[in-house]
Design a protein around this ligand. Structure first.
Ligand SMILES: *Cc1c(COP(=O)(O)O)cnc(C)c1O
Length: 391
């Protein structure tokens, strides 16, 4: 059967080889430790689960929801934005419910991109930005995120002819996979750049609540004028350990939110209302569960960094956000070679940086979504197999 070109021109799936090795090891009953998947290991807080159970019993929630989401949900999002960021949002016009933020991130490209357009894509980055833009027919221009620039894109280096053709730009802080954070001043620069070149900014704030050492992440919408040029994607997945629930939202510029809602109303029928009620419970309930989770990740981060330092890594900066460590590869290996070697010798899964784009070469990503004991065991296995690495 002939597959449409748009699918066959997608970049090859870089984890396929590693996944095959994991399967082989598991078949041999080897105890594989995965530092690979960015999926919280902790359960959803009980008060959120309880709200789902109650609302699942109400037949009114068994019917089709609206694409834009319940007004009560959108109002809870607007209220949370006010409390958390002091950003005003009109729940009727400036908030749309998503079936997970990935859904909205993929679909926004279909609203604004077509053949001949350019999308500005951070690299390394969450793969959906570039894939969505490619599927919509646009050319990806990669914004290299480099350590010497604190993993922020260098907007000044984008050629003017590219910037003029660009319709959409994705950014993401706290950043997956680098763990980098940014300031409100950076967002201000992005707003000015977007104004100069008349492009739309899509900020992915999935990790805004996963921050450490007292750092509080700003919203892109806090930057003056941000609402004129862009939107922000958000998710319950990381903040409340709800990756499986498929619920998120986009907020910001009313015209962009309306356009996304129109596309969605033609493609999907919204998120299960009982799940939206659970989302309201998450946003309106005590945020102690979020603070507890931050403390757990921060402890794991410190423990892992100590372990990697003991293995020879020179830790130059400690990530203030996300549950990822973005570490350079030891001397003499590519990202993929190193990840494969570690898997082969220790049954520990780490992801090669190239899984997040070509500028990820030379790095590995380590995920902190497992218990301290298992993290310690992973590091002990590496110590036993390799001693210390050279850089
Ligand atoms: C996990 C993650 C998301 C969240 O996706 P959902 O679809 O809401 O589960 C979004 N962006 C990034 C960068 C992520 O890592």
């Amino acid at each position: 059967m002939k597959i449409a070109d748009r699918l066959t021109t997608l970049p090859p799936y870089l984890f396929a080889r590693i996944e095959q090795k994991i399967d082989e090891l598991k078949e041999k009953k080897v105890d594989v430790i995965s530092l690979g998947i960015g999926d919280p290991d902790l359960p959803t807080p009980p008060h959120i689960v309880q709200r789902l159970i109650e609302q699942a019993k109400n037949p009114e929630n068994h019917r089709y929801p609206s694409s834009a989401g319940m007004m009560a949900f959108r109002k809870a999002v607007a209220d949370w934005y006010q409390r958390r960021f002091q950003v005003d949002l009109d729940p009727a016009a400036e908030v749309v419910t998503l079936i997970g933020s990935k859904e909205g991130i993929a679909h926004i490209s279909f609203c604004y991109l077509q053949e001949g357009d350019v999308a500005l894509i951070p690299d390394p980055g969450y793969p959906v930005y570039g894939i969505g833009a490619s599927l919509a027919g646009a050319e990806n221009y990669l914004l290299a995120l480099k350590s010497e620039n604190n993993f922020l894109p260098d907007l000044g280096s984008i050629p003017a002819d590219i910037a003029k053709r660009a319709k959409l730009m994705f950014i993401n802080y706290p950043n997956n996979p680098t763990g980098a954070t940014c300031t409100k001043e950076f967002y201000q620069e992005v707003v000015e750049f977007a104004r100069d070149y008349d492009l739309i900014v899509c900020h992915d704030a999935a990790y805004s609540e996963i921050t450490f050492d007292g750092y509080v992440a700003p919203s892109f919408l806090e930057a003056p004028g941000a609402k004129d040029v862009g939107i922000e994607f958000h998710s319950f997945s990381k903040t409340y350990n709800m990756t499986g629930w498929r619920i998120g939202w986009a907020v910001g510029n009313a015209e962009i939110i309306q356009t996304l809602t129109t596309l969605k109303s033609n493609l999907d029928s919204g998120a299960f209302q009982a799940v939206q009620y659970a989302g309201i419970a998450a946003l309106e309930g005590s945020q102690d569960c979020v603070e507890k989770m931050r403390q757990i990740y921060q402890k794991r981060r410190d423990l892992a960094l100590k372990g990697f330092a003991d293995l020879g890594w020179k830790i130059s900066s400690v990530p203030k956000g996300t549950f990822y460590l973005w570490l350079p590869v030891p001397e003499g290996y590519s990202s993929a070679e190193f990840a494969e070697l570690v898997l082969e010798k220790t049954a520990v899964v780490i992801t090669p940086g190239t899984g997040y784009g070509k500028y990820g070469e030379g790095y590995i990503r380590v995920c902190l979504t497992l218990e301290e004991e298992r993290l310690q065991e992973a590091i002990a296995r590496m110590k036993k197999a390799f001693g210390t690495f050279k850089f």
